[in-house]
Ligand binder design. Sequence first.
Ligand code: ZN
Length: 470
Amino acid sequence: MSRTDALERTDAYFHDGSFRHELARRVAYRTESPALEQRPELYRYLGDELTPELEAMGFDCEIHHNPIPDGCPFLVARRHESDDAPTVMSYGHGDVVLGYDDQWRDGLSPWEIVVEGDRWYGRGTADNKGQHTINLAAMRHVLDVRGSLGFNTVLLFETGEETGSPGLEEFCAANADLFAADVFIASDGPRIQPDAPTIFMGSRGAFNFTMRLNLRDGGHHSGNWGGLLANPGVLLANALATMISPTGEILVDGWKAEAMSDTVRAAVAQLRVGGGGGGGGGGGEDSPMIDPNWGEPGMTAEERVFGTNTFEVLAYETGNPRNPVNAIPPSAVAHCHMRFVVGTEPDDLIPALRQHLDARGYEAIELDPSGVAMKATRLDPSHPWAQWAIASVGRTSGKEVAVIPNLGGSLPNEVFAGVLGLPTIWVPHSYAGCSQHAPNEHVLASTCQEALQIMTGLWWDLGAGDTPLA
Ligand SMILES: [Zn+2]
């Protein structure tokens, strides 16, 4: 029995309708994690839907409560073959965002699959039920054909991803021994183009904070006090102008990204971000034109998204913009946001800005982080596991593989890369136009078919002995 036999088994599973049938059954679970009343459905998805399939494959399954009150449950499934074989950790999430049932186009429903040409509509088809259904089916077919996997497996399914993965980090940190592995391979998110096999190995971090300047209690008449009282709106705008140039270049010491390695730079050079309705890379039909003279100088558009840090003012307010009066406003506030790559630590961002502002006489501006920062992760494309995955995906698909050292957006990869210390390989099976998180979510059948092949090849190769561990 060979790799080809396993690939053929998976192709038959797609063509005889089994994949669609299995996915439709999973889509029918209303696993909306933002809706408290659907908590029992999350347990049913893990216990009634995933557990029987995994037990039939020889996994030991256990459902764990979330360490955080009201948090969503986890399923941990382990299958051990040999102490000498590699161990892979994989991950998926069984929850979805709200269905928004009445906003879907006529004839569509979030809870059943409707096929229109290459598109299969349904909530979770792309994010993430379709993706983990592909990965599990591929693993099952390798097991059927080979009789064993040739590797050990630990799977983690969470059901709170769409509410920001509360408790995921705590759960993994407290159970790190359960997740001891050699490599992490999982699927979520979009390919760079629908027909381009893609791997990404991390994501940029994200950090939000407010800058607030409160000078006095109330407003004061501009005719009597203008020229005598400092204006906080003007001061905060001037402070911002010292932090970012008129062309979007970051000016704060300690906020600049570290230079990319040559291998990261070379990988990013192969990617294309699109704007103005054409192109790809998350572009999509409604995408805006790219401003060529914005951002860090001397960088390509792709380097600006994947290879460096960005600072944004999300919202700014002084006085009352809905009802301006002739007065000097008492205060001003800016809601700010950063995305950053590996090498920049979120904990360093506020101290660096504090020093920058104090040195320029802006001691009175208060800085407060908002929400929880997401750390940046990245695996260099020259890492042996990245090279191994690129070779396997390329061999199965017969295509050039798009290699993204880190996504421009952010995801909780730090839990796997940082807390568990694993090399992380993500093989996404969706595309940017899939409407995840919106009405009319769908997957492309052609992409699913190819993804089933790619994952069967990947699991086959992992058990074939020719890995970085050998
Ligand atoms: Zn999502």
